[in-house]
Design a protein. Structure first.
Length: 448
């Protein structure tokens, strides 16, 4: 009975949360398979994203003293968070607790996966969690199995008193006879620009990294829903250019479709954006402890004809830096090479390679896309050589759809539930699962 198993484990977790006993919390975690359990903490026990593996690391983390300055008493992370009101969640698209296969003979043939809700006290928050339970007898002298957590996610959802609005957003009310919507929006944007609470922009050390991509726009839109004045600063000339300036890829959405959607999203969400602008690192932004604000200098070029340096004093800065920064190793003889050398990020098309010899260093997704472009009938390269250091796991797009993205199909889970399920699986654990049989399973799916 998956529901009964989950209810019993959550009851033990509630008891541990009330006592604040880190050792008792550790006893709820598996030690038998994959060298232990893998909890993830998303803004619950600290203001950071943490993913830990093994009881020792988890116990050390939750035992850390987080007492406020001047407080003589000792408060562990677990006790200070005030975890309570842990309740089994049954109304989401994830449904009731259910079984999942456990690919290891030392444990039960199947485990139990379930979602739950909880509250936190310092500060007051609500949250959702997801646990995968397995039968574990690794530390039981009687050799009797006990249900324990293999993966455990704590995800903060809302700050009490500052909850994000739910449902369809309502448009502001204005008198259409004397003020147009464009004027209303312009006044709102001007107010944000003059005194932003949050500045969303590129990482100061890497000015070429964009701040107005998916993460930056989403962050600004959600803050707008909470009434927070957010300003996005980006180096590109047009929203979506971080996709338009890349090559296309073979199966899924073309770059231009993604880029146009980002632009439409920014317009539809009434996001204040400064384009063709960069946050200066000389001088670096300075934080004033007394006022609780940053002093940030921005080199702004658009829509102003002449560029100028603008000073802003936001309370917070969000680094929407993107991922996958280009790495170009410096090899002996590169300076003497007469041909073209560039990173795949700079590959726009292969027309200049028509009739020439191309060498691709690497054998991942980008390398495969570049190689495919070299073989276009209209401008085919004379030869294409790929240099590969280690084995590559090649998955067909059909299998990838099933194995990696099935949770996000329209007929599957609600987006927020698919995200919860996805966040509950740490990346390093996913790699271990691949080594532990996942890759072979993918190969079998491809054979079929």
């Amino acid at each position: 009975d998956c529901t009964a198993v989950t209810a019993e484990w959550l009851a033990r977790l509630n008891s541990v949360a009330t006592s604040g006993d880190v050792n008792a919390f550790s006893d709820l975690l598996s030690t038998g398979w994959m060298r232990g359990t893998f909890p993830s903490d998303l803004l619950c026990f600290s203001w950071d994203f943490r993913s830990l593996g093994g009881r020792d690391k988890i116990s050390a983390y939750l035992s850390e003293d987080v007492s406020e300055s001047g407080d003589s008493s000792n408060h562990s992370r677990l006790a200070h968070a005030g975890l309570s009101d842990i309740v089994l969640e049954t109304s989401s698209s994830l449904g009731l607790p259910s079984s999942f296969p456990v690919p290891d003979e030392s444990l039960s043939a199947s485990g139990v996966i379930a979602a739950f809700t909880f509250t936190l006290k310092n500060p007051a928050r609500t949250g959702r969690g997801l646990v995968r339970l397995v039968q574990d007898h690794s530390d039981d002298s009687t050799n009797e199995s006990v249900w324990k957590a293999f993966t455990l996610l704590f995800n903060a959802e809302d700050l009490v008193g500052h909850e994000e609005l739910k449902g369809r957003p309502m448009s502001p009310v204005w008198d259409p006879h004397w003020k147009s919507w464009s004027k209303i929006k312009a006044e709102w944007i001007k107010g944000v620009e003059s005194d932003p609470t949050v500045l969303i922009g590129p990482c100061l050390s890497f000015l070429f990294i964009l701040g107005g991509g998916q993460a930056g726009l989403m962050c600004a839109a959600r803050m707008g829903r909470m009434g927070i004045r957010a300003l996005v600063v980006d180096k590109v000339h047009r929203v979506g250019d971080n996709w338009r300036n890349r090559i296309t890829y073979p199966k899924f959405l073309p770059r231009d479709v993604v880029a146009d959607f980002l632009e439409a999203y920014a317009i539809g969400q009434n996001i204040a954006i400064w384009l063709s602008s960069t946050v200066l690192s000389d001088p670096n932004p300075v934080y004033d402890e007394q006022t609780g604000t940053w002093t940030v200098l921005i080199h702004r070029q658009y829509p102003i004809v002449k560029s100028q340096i603008v000073t802003l004093r936001p309370r917070h800065i969000v680094m929407a830096t993107g991922t996958g920064h280009a790495h170009i190793p410096q090899l002996k003889g590169m300076g003497d090479f007469k041909g073209a050398i560039y990173h795949s990020d700079q590959h726009k098309d292969a027309e200049i390679w028509a009739g020439k010899k191309a060498v691709i260093v690497g054998a991942g997704n980008a390398a495969a896309d570049v190689a495919q472009s070299f073989l276009s009938p209209s401008h085919r390269a004379e030869s294409v050589t790929m240099i590969q250091r280690s084995a590559t796991c090649v998955i067909s797009s059909r299998t990838a759809d099933i194995a990696l993205f099935s949770s996000y199909e329209p007929e599957a889970l609600a987006i927020e539930d698919a995200d919860l399920l996805d966040h509950s699986m740490p990346c390093h654990l996913g790699l271990q699962l691949a080594v532990n049989g996942g890759t072979e399973h993918i190969k079998e799916m491809d054979k079929q």
